[in-house]
Design a protein around this ligand. Sequence first.
Ligand code: AP5
Ligand code: MG
Length: 188
Amino acid sequence: MKQRLLFLGPPGAGKGTQAQRLAAEQGLLHLSTGDLLRAEVEAGSELGREAKAVMARGELVSDALVLAIVRSRLEGQDGGWLLDGFPRNLAQAEALDALLASLGQSIELVVLMELDDGVLLQRLLSRGRADDNEEVIRHRLEVYREQTSPLIAHYRGLGLLQSVEAAGTVEVIGERIAALLTTQGTDS
Ligand code: AP5
Ligand code: MG
């Protein structure tokens, strides 16, 4: 069973929903940089104050800040993990590779969740998080296309990527993902 996983996909694809379920089922550490940043904002920490306005605009928080958060949580973590919303650009992917190499660990599977923009927008508008208004959602989608989507080719090239159709019920999508954890081979 693969247990060092990345969830990749546009805002609203269901990364958090599926990551949380799978992590609970398999006893993995669920590391969502978005959730961790929102907790810092909520706590009013220095880090949170730095991140708040950037997140409200739908832009990416600095790589250094996000990396510090991830590093502190992966160090000393022997079991499996599931990274959700990180890495978000090639620089973060490279930094993650270096961090994992130093820990003697590696990524076993990258799950790409794919969904139409129209469905994403509807899901997010009905959720209503602080950054879920139409203008900011559109900007998050643009940022995803420009900065995050190059990771698809990156991980495909490493033979780690599998894509999943992210439309349907939470349960059905969960089954599609679960099936990938035990199979060999990736998208070509
Ligand atoms: P982040 O928190 O990562 O947000 P995001 O990528 O925009 O994605 P979401 O969390 O909105 O969507 P999701 O794919 O997790 O879907 P979810 O399961 O919630 O990032 C937020 C901000 O933080 C960024 O803009 C940036 O500023 C900063 N940040 C975070 N990480 C960073 C990084 N690494 N570097 C720099 N900055 C970073 O589902 C969405 C909704 O749909 C929910 O309401 C859910 O209930 C519903 N839903 C889910 N599945 C289904 C289904 N099958 N059917 C119907 N509804 C569903
Ligand atoms: Mg999320």
